[in-house]
Structures are given as C-alpha cells and as structure tokens.
Design a protein around this ligand. Structure first.
Ligand SMILES: [Zn+2]
Length: 379
C-alpha cells in the first residue's frame, strides 16, 4: 500500500512538470511585469472568470480582481504588493492557464473550483511595478501600511478583505538572492511563513491552519527541489499585512519566491511558486482530516549566507581575503540590469554563491579599484 501511494505521488509531479513546461503563460516572462503586460491576458480571461476593476492606484492605474471557482471556501491571493516582486504574478497567470485548459490534472482543477471561490489581485501596486520599486508612488511600503492605510492600494486591499471575509489568504512576495537554507547554504528558492499574531508568536488555531497548508506545499516541493525551501522569520511585525490579517482571523500564507541557481529572471522559481500555489489550494479544497502542523517547525530557517559571486583568495591591502559580490538591480530604458557591487571583504568560507571563482591571483589596494574590476568583469 505504502509503495503504491509513493508511486502515485511521483507520477503526479511528473505530469505536473510536463504540463507546466508546455502550458505555462509564456506571454509574461522576466523580472519586470507591469500592468500593460497582463492587460491582454486579463481581457482573455473575461470569457471564463469574473473580472472587476476594484480601484485605481495613486497614479490612476487600474487594479483588478479576477474571481474563479464557486465553492464555499473563500481564498484571497494578491501579488506585487511590492512593485518589483513579480514572480507571484507570473505564477498566478500560470494558475489561470491550469484552470482553463483540459489536461490530465483537470480533476484537481475541477475539485478546487468546486470547493473554493478564489479572488486574485494581480499587481496590487501597479505604480511600483512601472518604477520597479518596492514602494508605491508615494514612497509607502504597502506591507507596513496596514494600520495607517495611507496608501490607496492598502485601502483597496482591505476593502476586498472586508467584503470577502476569506478563510485563507496568499500574500505573494520575492526575496533577494542573499537568503540561504540549511548547512550547505543552498539558495532559498521558496520560503514560507505563517505570520505571528503577537510578540510571543503564539500558536493560535488560525496559525496552525496556516501551517498545515505550508507543510503540504513544503512536502511537495521537497521532492523536487530538496533543501532549497526555507522558513521566513516569524518575528511579529505590528504593521505588516500578513501579521494583521492573520490576527483578524484570515489564515495568511506568505510565499517568498527566491533564487535558483543561474535563474536571474526567476523563470525556474516561477514554476515552484506555481506548484506551491496549486498545492496550497488543492490542500485547502480537498483535505478533510486533521493535518500535521508541527512539521512546520522542521522546515529550516532562512539564513543570509548566499551571494551572487564569491572571489576566493584575493590579495587586498597585503592580506588574503574573499570578496563577496551582490548584484544591484537597476531599471534603464525599460530593462533590468544587474550591476555587480562588492558587498563583503572577509573570510567567506561560511557562504555559498551562484558563482565561486578561485585561483584569480588578483591584488587590490582599495575597494574602488576592486569595484571597477568587478563591474568590467561581470557586465
Ligand atoms: Zn515583498
């Protein structure tokens, strides 16, 4: 019996991988996704799903909701609350493809749509998306504005929350390359969080329900990208969206899409973000039993032990050091450029990187010369 179950699960992942490779939403790719990229796609979804304009951003860009399914379990998903964090948006449109086409996993799609009503807000912060910034056009971080509600985008999100009263929320973010996981310091490709509702990080019933969903997503991903899945710090942030929504009784799952080796456009990570969303919804729709929330605490914590490049054994002011480089993302002519900058000059034996280069026999007398060399080398 046990062997049979394992086999079933393995086949499912293969089918899912195959489906994804052929059917993901190829019309949106790369790091910067703006409103005009998704508008034609939203237009097409009108035939199948309920589309509404739920408001306008500070700079009068439309914010949409797309509602799918007819079930009693209400779910709210929003993406790009931070304008430059687009992986969740790409995964969301992959999810719409999954729900529209006929395929070998249509039974899963149908059961989710039967059990759940899912309201999705792609690109909550369209002004930040255009400017490729975390904040909105008034320089407000929407994820720290839940109490003050200074930003129109925060008020729009909370109005929808009030109307829908969702049982579950998915709060979609991207995290920087710096996050690692485990002893081997693998890149944290996906990180999860069941936010705390107080300073004591109390284990409320709601948090347990949130953790159960995360455990189901973690277990699926662990089979595909083992030891690249982390747990984000559950320190209580009194002004953060997830913490407050969780406190208000909406079980809020935070997904942080992160780095996968050489995947600077986050196209691999997008796949695992989509898998996470699908598995989370599948669990919410179909799990009937008491599930295992304790396993949440076995998910390893994120560390900050990952860099874009490490140069080993460089001579610097007559000492042997390692040089850690991070890429700064910069928007120019509507394109994203990755500008390498020296971040650490130290012994970096506890760090991992996307690229580790040794035997360079280089020598620098100051940091400026080092930065110039690195910019030339990696551009
Ligand atoms: Zn974010």
């Amino acid at each position: 019996m046990f062997v049979y179950i394992c086999k079933m699960k393995k086949v499912e992942i293969e089918i899912l991988e195959n489906w994804f490779d052929l059917n993901y939403q190829k019309k949106i790719q790369g790091r910067r996704i703006v409103l005009k990229d998704i508008l034609p796609l939203v237009g097409k979804l009108k035939q199948k799903f309920k589309i509404k304009t739920i408001g306008q951003s500070h700079l009068k860009n439309d914010i949409y909701s797309i509602t799918i399914g007819n079930g009693t379990k209400k779910v709210l998903i929003w993406t790009q609350m931070h304008g430059n964090e687009s992986t969740g948006t790409k995964a969301l449109f992959d999810l719409f493809e999954f729900f529209t086409g006929k395929h070998k996993l249509s039974n899963i799609a149908e059961s989710i749509l039967k059990e759940c009503t899912i309201t999705c807000i792609p690109i909550l912060n369209p002004d930040g998306a255009i400017a490729y910034t975390r904040v909105n056009a008034q320089n407000i971080d929407l994820n720290r504005d839940v109490i003050d509600k200074k930003a129109i985008e925060s008020r729009i999100l909370q109005e929808i929350l009030k109307q829908l009263q969702p049982e579950y929320c998915f709060n979609m973010h991207d995290q920087r390359t710096i996050f690692s996981v485990g002893k081997e310091n693998n890149p944290a490709t996906i990180s999860f969080l069941a936010p705390s509702v107080d300073k004591q990080r109390s284990l409320t019933e709601g948090r347990k329900r949130t953790m159960e969903v995360i455990v189901s997503m973690y277990e699926l991903l662990q089979k595909i990208i083992p030891n690249q899945i982390g747990r984000y710090t559950d320190e209580f942030y009194p002004t953060a969206t997830g913490d407050n929504f969780q406190k208000m009784g909406h079980n809020t799952i935070l997904i942080e899409s992160g780095h996968y080796k050489d995947d600077y456009l986050r196209e691999k990570t997008r796949k695992y973000t989509f898998f996470s969303l699908l598995q989370g919804l599948n669990f919410i729709a179909n799990n009937k039993e008491e599930a295992n929330y304790e396993a949440y605490f076995k998910i390893p914590n994120n560390n900050k032990n990952y860099l874009d490049v490490i140069l080993k054994d460089i001579s610097y002011k007559n000492k042997k050091v390692d040089v850690g480089v991070l890429f700064e993302e910069r928007l120019k002519d509507n394109k994203i450029f990755f500008i390498p900058k020296v971040d650490k000059i130290d012994n970096l034996s506890n760090f991992n990187a996307n690229k580790i280069i040794s035997n360079l026999s280089l020598s620098f007398s100051d940091e400026e010369k080092m930065n110039t060399w690195i910019e030339n080398e990696f551009n």
